[in-house]
Design a binder for this molecule. Sequence first.
Ligand SMILES: Nc1nc2c(ncn2[C@@H]2O[C@H](COP(=O)(O)OP(=O)(O)OP(=O)(O)O)[C@@H](O)[C@H]2O)c(=O)[nH]1
Ligand SMILES: [Mg+2]
Length: 320
Amino acid sequence: MPFHSGFVCILGRPNAGKSTLLNALVGEKLAIVSPKPQTTRNRILGILEIPKRKGNAYGQVVLIDTPGVHRPDSSLGRKMMAEVHEALEGCNLIFLIVDATRKLEQGDQFMLGMLKRSGTPAFLLMNKIDLLRGEKGKLLPIMDEYRKLNDFQEIIPISARRRDGLDVLLEKTLAALPQGPRYFPEDQITDQPARFMTAEIIREQILLATSEEVPYATTVAIEQFEEGARLTQIAAVIYCERQGQKAILVGKRGQMLKKIGSAARLQIEKMLGMRVFLELFVKVHPNWRESRQFVEELDWRRELQRLVGNAELYGLTKTN
Ligand SMILES: Nc1nc2c(ncn2[C@@H]2O[C@H](COP(=O)(O)OP(=O)(O)OP(=O)(O)O)[C@@H](O)[C@H]2O)c(=O)[nH]1
Ligand SMILES: [Mg+2]
């Protein structure tokens, strides 16, 4: 059996379950997940090694999670859509993932247009089938609608949350990918450095703890990340756009910031496998989402180029 490999772009509207699928397939939490749309802001690589087994295809699948396809109305939104386009470029296969409980909308049509223009073969993944329960019949008319609009190589019902249908998905994915090299070392699971994942973990806690405009107007920048033998010292700044948002993020007597900080610290400790000292600061940067320059500065891939040679900035490998 030959070795198959390739890049698979996970494309979908906000909230479809792209990041949940990435995490489920790789078996590690690489991307943050929340019930709020537009959680993911960068493209995120998840590397999946499928070992040799008798009679089965084996290889390496490089998955790319992307921000949800939407009509951007800020520099941040435009940057997010640029990330989607970069992920689409040169990939071998697209997983178009849709929420199977929802009917087609105008935004889905726009997304199908992007898919068509890419000229790349695609699988349609009908996600969240666990929510359909006894109403699986509802799936068929929605499938048909999509089928009319694009020639999908496969249509697969899945539940990313419950990991239903993922074995079939992987099998078909490997079969659809060409013979090729191992693009990443066998034990690497993502290209993201721990430093960036740390910022994301903090942002996830903000998404979970706050509501309305606050999560959207917030971003996290790591100012200090010093890994010692037994303790990692981290300082991060939470940027928001207005004084009122800062007041919410800090909370009464600093309670909110404390809650975000301790929940994030536990997750970071789990990821790094060591104790963490985490300091959080909240700063107001009026309308940062409109600032192209500021949005560009947040891009960790750019930061990586600037700080190249810094060991803490390499992609994570398996922890166990
Ligand atoms: N019931 C159910 N919920 C799911 C499933 N997959 C994802 N979800 C939920 O849907 C919500 C959105 O999931 P995400 O994985 O963050 O979705 P996303 O497509 O990455 O969203 P953006 O990053 O905002 O574009 C979360 O609350 C998930 O727990 C599923 O198979 N079943
Ligand atoms: Mg996501």
